[in-house]
Write a protein that binds this ligand. Structure first.
Ligand code: ADP
Length: 712
């Protein structure tokens, strides 16, 4: 300042002297003094020119400073981050709009004169104050500064750049503070860290492939399986060289890329050499703003689960096989046992029936009657047990044969005629009009179910009536939906007990059992048989009012009924057959190994005056045929040396015996056995224990000479 003032003063004096000097010079004579003066003036002139030059420079510098200042202002204002200038006391002297916004104010002026550190969270204040106080560094960066007004958010923190302006520009102690919002970056970093740790720790192989099948991303687990550790940018074939059928997998990838649909499937992969493993793989499209750019693959190794599953399946299969074998063994055991029991039972039934044909006294006849009835009942129970075990083992097949419904109901009525009469109850049979009588179905099984229901109805009804009802529910050209109902006016069943009665071995209560008898298997057998026919047995009942048991069956309509099915009517009583047979010259071969059975058959045939020969195995039967011409063979199935089936097959091989009636004597006349019998060439069956009615019915049916005698 002093220098400038001095120069200014000097200049003023020089200019004045110059003016005065020039005037003086014009009037004064030239001498040395004047020369000196001239020199001085010259020097002054030079000096003035220099000063003018300096002045110009000064003005230029002033303009430049002005420009720099406005550039600084512009720069400061348009900083992409929040900017503040603090004075030596940390008070804000300048702030840009970003800073205003950051701290939640409306104008820059609101920030002026505020102490900076009060605008940040308390936890950060000490650090910030320290930096402001030290001013050692030109720039200091502090992370994680949180504005005091920010809501609680993990990511809303700032990076503070503290730039010491004084150090560079010899200005007063001003600090430029630039605050950079790190929340977006921090959130990105955090998410990346999360995603990375999930990727690295997931037990699944995760791969992202581009449209050309090159790997964009792979996780740790992929590295564990990969043969080639250089994964990114490589194809599946390069990463997993052991994997066979690469093209199959590429095709699956392409399909997902094409359709944009995810696919989840089980795969058997051999990622590692000589190792087959099971994976569950999810393929999904990788999209970038709706543009599919690749396929994502997540494959989880489920080999341990799969192995356990396979082992479990094998164990289950084994257990099932064992259970089936056990059930088979049980059925076989029951069949054998029932055969063993039935053989002596046959004798008891046969002989008691024979005794009834003899003319004994009244008392003896009564005893024989009792023996006969009881033993028949016992065989009935045996049959129920056998039936049940066969149903349990799934060994019952349902037949489909043509039969006449009205004939079936007539036979049922006849079957129960005596027992109904004994109880002084009435029997009604009601049938809807236009029910097609000729139908297809398992006549034997339907009859068995109805017999069971009618038998129960009789058993549990003391007075009133029993009605067998056939209702037409639906009729088409090909089939009819029919409801079979057995209605009684008996003791009835409570609602609670109705739930129990279809369970095996269940009876309403033990007193019922004692009073009425029974095994508790009848309804179970009915239910199971109906299930085999896609139906179900239902009951409607109230105590003391009576019960209705019913079931619905869809039966196909049959055009023709084979003629022999119900040839014998009620009138064909045993005595009349016997009488008729007497007149004829009939010879029958009995092939039966059991002595008692032989005896029963022998005696029955004797009654009818039918001649016979007896052999005790199949081989002997064939030999006997060579010697005598027989009208029929009564062929036992289970015989030593050659059984009935083999013998029949051998006999049928000879042309001359093609038409010879062969009647099987068997305790097993279920559909499976029947099929085997028929296939071997057997014509008919008589169930053991043999009863005279069935035996003669069959003989009449099969021996031509006897048929001709029938009056109808
Ligand atoms: P059971 O051989 O004992 O008769 P079922 O399975 O045929 O075996 O019947 C089971 C039980 O259901 C019978 O013991 C009886 O208590 C009851 N029940 C069956 N039918 C009738 C009916 N018509 N009236 C009353 N109770 C019946």
């Amino acid at each position: 300042m002093e220098k400038e003032a001095l120069l200014l003063n000097l200049r003023k004096r020089a200019e004045k002297a110059l003016q005065e000097g020039e005037v003086l010079l014009n009037h004064l004579p030239h001498n040395d003094f004047l020369n000196d003066i001239e020199k001085i003036i010259e020097e002054f002139c030079i000096y003035r020119a220099e000063l003018e030059l300096q002045n110009e420079e000064l003005i230029r510098a002033q303009i430049q400073t002005q420009q720099a200042l406005s550039q600084y202002q512009l720069l400061f204002k348009s900083l992409p981050v929040a900017g503040l200038v603090l004075n030596n006391d940390g008070v804000i002297v300048q702030a840009n709009s970003k800073a205003v916004k950051l701290f939640g104010f409306s104008a820059e002026i609101n920030l002026f004169n505020r102490t900076f550190y009060r605008l940040i969270k308390e936890k950060d204040r000490v650090r910030v104050l320290q930096v402001l106080r030290d001013k050692k560094e030109t720039t200091t960066i502090l992370s994680d500064i949180t504005p005091d007004n920010s809501s609680h958010n993990n990511f809303s923190t700032l990076d503070g750049h503290f730039i010491n302006l004084s150090a560079d520009y010899h200005l007063e102690n001003h600090t430029l503070v630039l605050l950079v919002d790190q929340s977006a970056q921090r959130e990105r970093d955090y998410n990346k860290m999360l995603y990375q740790s999930i990727m690295d720790n997931t037990p699944s192989v995760i791969l992202a492939l581009d449209k050309e099948g090159r790997c964009l991303l792979a996780n740790n687990m992929t590295h564990q399986y990969a043969e080639n550790q250089d994964i990114i940018g490589h194809s599946r074939a390069e990463i997993f060289p052991n994997l066979k059928n690469h093209s199959d997998y590429t095709q699956k990838d392409d399909e997902v890329i094409m359709t944009g649909k995810s696919e989840l499937e089980e795969e058997v992969l051999n990622l590692e050499k000589d190792k087959i493993e099971y994976f569950i793989t999810n393929r999904f499209p990788l999209k970038d703003e709706n543009q599919i750019f690749g396929v994502g693959i997540i494959s989880t190794n489920i080999t341990p689960i799969k192995t356990a599953e396979i082992e479990l399946q094998q164990a289950l299969l084994k257990a099932k096989e064992e259970a089936v074998a056990l059930a088979d063994a049980k059925t076989e055991f029951l069949a054998n046992m029932s055969h063993e029991i039935r053989t002596p039972m046959n004798s008891i039934i046969g002989f008691s029936e024979l005794a009834l044909l003899e003319k004994f006294g009244e008392e003896a006849s009564f005893y024989f009657e009792q023996i006969h009835t009881s033993s028949k009942h016992l065989v009935g129970i045996l049959n129920e047990i056998l039936d049940f075990s066969k149903l349990e083992a799934g060994k019952v097949q349902i037949e489909k044969i043509a039969f006449n419904l009205s004939d079936m109901f007539n036979s049922l009525e006849k079957l129960f005629y005596l027992s109904i009469e004994k109880k002084h109850i009435t029997f009604h049979f009601i049938m809807d009009d236009n029910i097609p009588m000729n139908v297809m179905g398992d006549k034997f099984r339907i009859q068995q179910i109805l017999s069971n229901l009618i038998g129960n109805a009789i058993k549990f009804t003391e007075s009133g009536s029993i009605t067998l009802k056939l209702t037409l529910l639906e009729l088409t050209k090909v089939n009819a939906l029919l409801r079979f109902s057995v209605v009684d006016t008996g003791i009835g069943i409570s609602a609670e007990d109705q739930q129990k009665i279809f369970k095996q071995f269940t009876q309403v209560d033990s007193s019922t059992t004692r009073k009425y008898g029974g095994t508790g298997l009848g309804l179970v057998i009915c239910k199971k048989l109906l299930e085999e026919m896609n139906s179900t047995c239902q009951v409607a009942s109230s105590l003391e009012q009576g019960s209705t048991f019913y079931f619905d069956l869809t039966l196909d309509i049959a055009n023709d009924i084979p003629q022999n099915s119900d040839l014998f009517k009620e009138e064909s009583l045993k005595t009349s057959w016997i009488d008729l047979a007497h007149a004829q010259d009939i010879v029958v071969l009995i092939a039966e190994d059991d002595k008692n059975n032989q005896e029963v058959i022998k005696r029955l045939l004797k009654f009818a005056g039918i001649k016979f020969d007896i052999v005790d195995d199949g081989l002997k039967a064939i030999q006997a045929l060579e010697k005598t011409s027989y009208d029929a063979i009564l062929m036992d199935i289970h015989m030593p040396n050659m059984n009935g089936i083999e013998a029949t097959k051998a006999i049928r091989k000879q042309e001359k015996y093609e038409q010879l009636p062969i009647i099987a004597l068997s305790a097993d006349i279920y559909i499976q056995e029947k099929a085997i019998y028929l296939e071997s060439g057997i014509n008919d069956f008589v169930e053991k224990p043999i009863n005279s009615e069935e035996l003669f019915e069959s003989l009449f049916k099969n021996i031509k000479k006897l048929q001709e005698l029938m009056p109808y």
